[in-house]
Design a protein around this ligand. Structure first.
Ligand code: ME8
Length: 484
């Protein structure tokens, strides 16, 4: 039996979850559910990134202790993920004791290996991004990535010899051409890596809200160095059973802006610790909202809870995956969401289920007969999943849904009777059963509703094939509501 380990970034607790966080987490959930469906042993990790100067500042602004502050936001993430039906196996928080112990152990390990040295940091720092920025990239004292003001830092610091890993990393990129996806991002990061790789400041003296750096306890560990280690601390590195079973990760799903951290800094840390590397980093594109970058000041931050309440978790999940290829950027608007709900969820899927179930529940004869409808292309769907193209896989499932609608339109079962009607109903019900299995990773709640109406039990990968229907039909409510 295969295994599959998938992760999301651990999100900062300085804001509540928004559509971007929901997007990454839904992609990871779909991958996790697909691999479970295939019968593999899956570990799906998500969580929150709770240390650092930014959290310290936000907590102080809110008149709370950092701990009170992070507890509240971590809970809002858990609540959002429950509402979106996210099937994570573990929710890690970087303030978990086990994580803190693992980070210190790792720091000691590479300190002993001679990969950390003391020096001074002088340069720019972007607090919202928790990132050190070289002088050459700064204009007007603004962060080149997020445009917000940067601050000048000057302090004693410990450095990780990142530059030592440039050659080994180049080899990783050379030997594994899909180490970072998509190809355009791979090329971009490879170019940067070809240019130069500077050592990385991994401690902060002025930040108190962080994990103590054991060789010099008046320093705390830089938040990114702490955060990246979540992917192994969550598995109980170094001795935990989960670590032995699930590491290396099959895929880290992240947004494009943190591809560098995941495909360069993280692998270098692992090389320094003599730990094997993840198999792939999938860096997806970004969402804008109504054509604009999402920001608090514009007041256009999309709250997933709001969308789920007004539409449904499945409509939201469907939209996120169907609206744009995962590698590319895309735009969210409520108009586009409603148009997909009405034009696809209601018109293609909801109507299919409701008209077949209505006919079947009236029919008293035997539901059976030869199959004259083509199966869904499972090989194609599987290979799209293998390359993490969840949008492509959903397209392919939708193609099957449309082909079943066409089959029914061609056969006109409402004009048929007797054995011929029994046959067409068998094929249509079987097709809907298969659709429910294929949709489970994407829209788990709707998959359950369809299964209940068909009166079939939970199914396995090997059941994704048209056969003889053996459920007992019970027509229920429509799956989706139409909106104006
Ligand atoms: O970067 N469109 O956390 P974060 C799509 N704590 N995805 C988006 C998005 C958008 N507009 N905005 C955010 C951090 N995301 C660190 C990660 S991991 C060891 C530490 C998603 O709260 C996307 O996945 O800023 C992005 O990478 C992530 O949220 C950043 O979340």
């Amino acid at each position: 039996m295969g295994k599959f380990y998938v992760t999301t970034p651990i999100y900062y607790v300085t804001a509540k979850p928004h559509i971007g966080h929901a997007y990454t987490t839904v992609i990871a959930d779909i991958l996790a559910r697909w691999h479970r469906l295939k019968g593999e042993k899956v570990f799906f990790l998500t969580g929150t990134d709770e240390h650092g100067g930014k959290v310290e500042k936000y907590a102080a602004d809110a008149g709370k202790s950092p701990k009170e502050f992070v507890d509240d936001v971590a809970n809002s993430y858990k609540f959002a993920w429950d509402s979106l039906n996210i099937s994570y196996d573990k929710f890690i928080r970087t303030t978990d004791k086990e994580h803190e112990v693992a980070v210190q152990r790792f720091a000691n390990l590479i300190w002993d290996n001679g990969d950390i040295y003391k020096s001074k940091y002088e340069g720019w720092y972007c607090l919202p991004d928790e990132t050190f920025i070289p002088d050459s990239e700064i204009t007007d004292e603004k962060c080149p990535y997020c445009g917000r003001p940067v601050q000048r830092l000057q302090e004693d610091a410990f450095f990780f010899s990142l530059s030592r890993y440039r050659e080994p990393l180049l080899r990783v990129f050379d030997e594994n051409k899909t180490f970072l996806m998509p190809k355009s991002r791979y090329n971009e990061i490879l170019n940067r890596l070809n240019d130069e790789l500077k050592d990385l400041d991994i401690t902060r003296k002025s930040v108190k809200w962080g994990i103590q750096f054991p060789p010099s306890p008046d320093h705390t560990i830089y938040v990114w160095f702490d955060a990246l280690l979540n992917y192994i601390s969550a598995l109980g590195w170094p001795d935990g059973e989960n670590f032995k079973e699930f590491w290396p990760a099959d895929v880290h799903v992240v947004g494009k802006e943190i591809a560098w951290f995941h495909s360069v800094i993280w692998p270098a840390m692992l090389l320094a610790g003599d730990i094997s590397l993840p198999k792939a980093v999938l860096s997806h594109g970004w969402w804008t909202v109504d054509g604009k970058k999402m920001s608090k000041s514009l007041g256009n931050v999309v709250d997933p809870m709001d969308i789920i309440k007004r539409y449904s978790e499945d409509a939201f999940r469907y939209f996120l995956i169907k609206e744009k290829p995962i590698w590319e950027d895309g735009d969210f608007s409520e108009k586009a969401l409603v148009s997909r709900i009405n034009g696809e969820l209601v018109a293609d899927l909801g109507n299919l289920v409701s008209r077949v179930l209505t006919l079947a529940s009236r029919y008293k004869g035997e539901i059976a007969g030869d199959i004259d409808l083509e199966n869904a292309d499972i090989d194609k769907i599987s290979s799209l999943f293998d390359s993490f193209d969840v949008t492509g896989a959903l397209e392919e499932v939708w193609k099957f849904i449309r082909s079943v609608n066409k089959y029914i339109n061609d056969k006109e079962p409402w004009k048929l009777e007797g054995a011929e009607l029994g046959r067409v109903l068998n094929n249509s019900l079987e097709a809907i059963r298969v659709i429910a299995i294929l949709l489970e990773p994407f829209m788990p709640a709707s998959a359950v509703k369809i299964r209940e109406q068909l009166g079939v039990r939970e199914t396995k990968f090997s059941d994704i094939k048209l056969s003889t229907f053996n459920g007992s039909v019970k027509r229920g409510e429509n799956l989706f509501k139409k909106y104006d």
